[in-house]
Design a protein. Structure first.
Length: 42
């Protein structure tokens, strides 16, 4: 599991979540969604 953070001073910060196990990626996104507001990109 890798989570990259791409700060932006003018808009919202961007996080990129990647991994080889789709279930673990989904679990990580759910965990993050419980803590911060998420918006899908693309």
């Amino acid at each position: 599991m890798t989570i990259g953070s791409y700060p932006d001073t003018k808009q919202r910060n961007r996080l990129k979540v990647t991994g080889t196990d789709p279930e673990r990626v989904d679990a990580a996104l759910e965990w993050l969604g419980d803590r911060i507001e998420l918006e899908a990109d693309g």
